[in-house]
Design a protein. Structure first.
Length: 408
């Protein structure tokens, strides 16, 4: 990995005028604290955790002390170090919001804070308003709350859509897509900035593509794997579907397997569970298409990962997915809730090798705009570098004011 700190100056690029910033280790704060309900080693870690991890390990490599506060999980140590990141686990996914307070109070002084919000706000919102950025990956639909929380769904929906906009109205907020930015601005957030989510560069060789299709990402009801199975049942029998990712529950995975059996496609649908990055890379590189049927995404990291290996995406035209997939360029997006349309688009691409190769080549080119190191530069510009700029402006204004006082 190329370390930014190898150069004494770093030029940050964004829509703002370019500025030169000092090495990270020369800022007035040397600690960076990430608050997120899960950490990257949690078996149920998803796209939000991957983003925090990629930023955290680069911050650590650039000389900052990085602490990640998250909830505990079965088998997870209360404290451990991973690639220069100190991971501190408190409580569980429901109690972490209170359990983390003691550790946070000790760390917040002389630290920059990234609060990654997943609907429920951390109480740090009341205790630290400076040197802080809030990350909101997406707004969760009520239907997802209902499936996940049952009777508590209205409470969670209230926190996300009523309380959070009040708590963070003036905070500097970062998000991954134009779709989510529009949602946040409609809710009343004032300072919303897009930072890219990255991928590791993949490779594309048309000659090694096989009659494989993939459906990446965690197995959760709102990911609509039912629709993917129905679409797959309308494809030629020579195509095999590989579904991978941690299942919400064992029972849910069993219902999907039963559905595949009922559709008569169980022998050509493979449930792999959670697999390594190396295994994912191999599948992406030999698969011809990737399916995405989510009700909504913040960005759709798995979509971009598949495209980086020349694996076009066929999915629903929903927020997040329409940001990461370019319709009729790197994939096909169809009306939400229409498995027949998914199958029709997939069949059209699979039946035309020349057309599929064109989509694959464009998908690789598109993905090269989202490499992690470039995303890290945008992240710095939205967090520590931005705060440094504000500090300098405030200091300059104070100096001018004191000079004016002396002349009176």
């Amino acid at each position: 990995m190329n370390k930014i700190s190898a150069s004494p100056d770093l030029e940050i690029r964004s829509g703002e005028p370019p500025m030169k910033y000092r090495r990270l280790s020369s800022y007035s704060y040397n600690n960076f604290v990430i608050i997120n309900w899960r950490d990257i080693l949690n078996p149920k870690a998803g796209g939000a955790e991957r983003y925090c991890y990629e930023m955290a390990r680069r911050l650590a490599a650039d000389g900052l002390k990085v602490t990640w506060i998250a909830s505990g999980f079965s088998g997870g140590a209360s404290t451990e170090f991973h690639e220069g990141i100190e991971i501190v686990r408190k409580g569980n996914i429901f109690t972490v919001y209170m359990a983390m307070l003691g550790k946070f109070m000790k760390l917040r002084k002389n630290a920059y804070i990234l609060e990654s919000v997943n609907a429920i706000p951390f109480l740090s919102a009341f205790m630290s308003r400076k040197r802080k950025t809030v990350m909101i990956h997406h707004l969760i639909p009520y239907s997802v709350f209902r499936e996940k929380l049952g009777l508590l769904a209205p409470f969670a929906y209230f926190l996300q859509n009523v309380l959070n906009p009040v708590l963070y109205r003036k905070a500097r907020v970062i998000t991954n897509s134009e779709s989510t930015k529009k949602d946040l601005i409609r809710q009343g957030y004032r300072d919303v900035n897009i930072v890219k989510t990255g991928v590791d560069p993949g490779f594309y060789k048309p000659s090694i593509k096989m009659d494989y299709l993939v459906a990446p990402g965690p197995l959760r009801p709102w990911k609509n794997h039912w629709d993917i199975l129905q679409a797959h049942s309308n494809l030629p029998d020579n195509f095999h579907l590989f579904i991978f990712g941690t299942a919400e529950t064992e029972e849910y995975e069993k219902t999907l397997k039963l559905e595949a059996t009922n559709l008569g496609i169980r022998e050509r649908v493979h449930f792999l569970g959670r697999i390594s990055d190396e295994e994912k890379s191999k599948l992406y590189s030999i698969a011809k298409l990737s399916f995405s049927a989510s009700v909504k995404e913040g960005w759709g990291l798995s979509n971009m990962e598949s495209q980086s290996y020349g694996c076009p995406v066929v999915g629903y035209d929903v927020p997040g997915v329409r940001d990461s997939v370019r319709n009729y360029v790197t994939g096909r997006l169809v009306e939400y809730g229409n498995p027949s349309a998914l199958a029709s688009s997939a069949n059209e691409l699979l039946a035309n090798r020349e057309l599929l190769n064109q989509y694959s080549e464009r998908a690789v080119i598109w993905s090269r705009n989202f490499l992690w190191q470039e995303c890290y530069k945008e992240f710095l510009n939205a967090t520590v570098a931005y705060n440094r700029k504000v500090d300098l402006e405030q200091h300059h204004n104070l100096f001018e004011y004191l000079s004016w006082i002396r002349t009176r």
